[in-house]
Design a protein. Structure first.
Length: 436
């Protein structure tokens, strides 16, 4: 975790003290149920909660010191708690194994992280919708292969991003449900030394579902799905960031990141206004996606368990969620304050002498009786003259002078094919699909 790219609420989920507090709750809830079942004295759970009610500070350094000797983090934690609680603490962890604590705690952490990420997505969706509505009918050029294609609106660009992040949210809701599972099943997952009722009780208390069948660990396909979903969200962030970066290029300059008073773009060139935030988002997206392959590789563990997944998850759990939380918040800020230049969009639309209307002429000629191949050749030969003139010539004027065109279409009919508003007739319908 890099503090520069971290926000407090997400970072706190992964702090050692927060992890130990979750561990305690798992152990105390399990001890409560074991007391109810008569496996341990009911006073054992009470003793744990009575100590907890005093609001004890978690001494991370002391637990680490014990682990330096035991070489086992869960045993170190249990030893420290026993030193605080006293004799009744010996009934903790009855019939449980370390993975019951570790995996269930990780599920709690990832579920809490998902809740923050879902809130981040809601904020981003709200910003995208507001700006999309604002520029619903702002004409701009659509590009394919980076080349002018046909007119669109800037609102449609943002509506497309809204739809994409709405899908991201739906995927994350599903991934959250899949990861929110509890396993308190003991060694190799057979419940030989602990009643399944304990698992059900702990799951209910922590807001989790019961893992239907665990080995000694929660199956890692669940985690793979979770991190793959984060990777997809990161790619959607990068897609929109790259679009903004392109639009901010000097030759394009249809939109740009907000440039704050006092901000500097370059240490050498005072004129520079660089797309630093969206470039940063492109880099952060790569970091989040780097967690996906290790998560997929964690699925294949030996037999009922090994710990090859453990070291990986200690990295990717905090790093991927903290980074994605920051990236979503940063993208929301970029969208919210994005500077948009309709006049430049119109200038770029007009730059190539009307070439963006070539398809309408092609279709009109075919409807007037010209073969598609013939119509294509007629329009293309005129279009290439405009292209080679770098937009200095007018496609409409050249077509009006072409006898093969005028034999099929009148001047008025040709002029109608160059009507920009024609391309926006279905904008309302598209918006209704997205924002219904």
């Amino acid at each position: 975790m890099v503090p520069r790219y971290a926000r407090p609420a997400m970072t706190e989920i992964w702090e050692p003290e927060a992890r130990f507090r979750i561990w305690f709750e798992i152990e105390a809830h399990a001890t409560d149920k074991l007391g109810e079942l008569g496996v341990v004295p009911p006073s054992a759970g009470k003793a744990l909660w009575d100590w907890w009610a005093t609001g004890p500070a978690i001494d991370v350094a002391a637990i680490d010191a014990i682990e330096a000797v035991t070489k086992h983090d869960v045993i170190a934690f249990l030893t420290w708690v026993a030193e605080q609680v006293g004799d009744e603490a010996r009934f903790m962890h009855q019939g449980m194994t370390s993975s019951d604590v570790l995996d269930t705690a990780l599920a709690v952490q990832l579920t809490r992280a998902a809740d923050l990420l879902l809130a981040d997505l809601d904020a981003l969706l709200a910003a995208l919708r507001r700006r999309a509505e604002e520029h619903k009918y702002t004409p701009t050029i659509g590009r394919s292969h980076g080349i002018h294609a046909e007119p669109t609106t800037f609102g449609l660009k943002l509506a497309q991003a809204y739809a994409e992040f709405a899908r991201c949210k739906a995927r994350l809701v599903a991934a959250r449900a899949e990861i929110a599972t509890c396993a308190i099943s003991g060694a190799v997952g057979t419940f030989a030394n602990i009643d399944p009722a304990v698992e059900e009780y702990v799951a209910e208390k922590l807001g989790l579902s019961v893992e239907p069948i665990s080995t000694q660990v929660i199956p890692r396909d669940r985690h793979a799905m979770f991190f793959a979903t984060l990777g997809v969200i990161a790619s959607s962030i990068e897609r929109l960031a790259v679009e903004i970066r392109h639009l901010q290029r000097t030759e394009v300059l249809e939109a740009e990141e907000y440039f704050a008073p006092g901000q500097k773009g370059s240490s050498a060139m005072p004129h520079k206004r660089n797309p630093v935030l969206t470039e940063n988002l492109t880099g952060l997206a790569r970091v989040v996606r780097s967690a996906v392959t290790p998560a997929l590789e964690n699925v294949a563990l030996w037999h009922e368990r090994d710990i090859s997944h453990s070291s990986v998850e200690r990295y990717i759990g905090p790093d991927a969620t903290i980074t994605l939380d920051f990236a979503l918040a940063r993208l929301t800020g970029v969208v919210d304050k994005l500077l948009i230049y309709p006049e430049r969009m119109q200038k770029n639309l007009d730059r190539m002498g009307g070439l963006v209307h070539s398809q309408r002429v092609l279709l009109a000629l075919t409807q007037a009786g010209v073969s598609r191949e013939g119509a294509y050749a007629i329009v293309q030969r005129n279009a290439m003259k405009v292209w080679e003139s770098d937009g200095q010539l007018s496609l409409l004027e050249l077509l009006k002078q072409d006898p093969e065109v005028t034999a099929a279409l009148s001047a008025a009919e040709l002029e109608e094919k160059f009507d920009l508003d024609y391309h926006f007739a279905q904008v309302d319908r598209i918006f209704a699909r997205i924002f219904a």
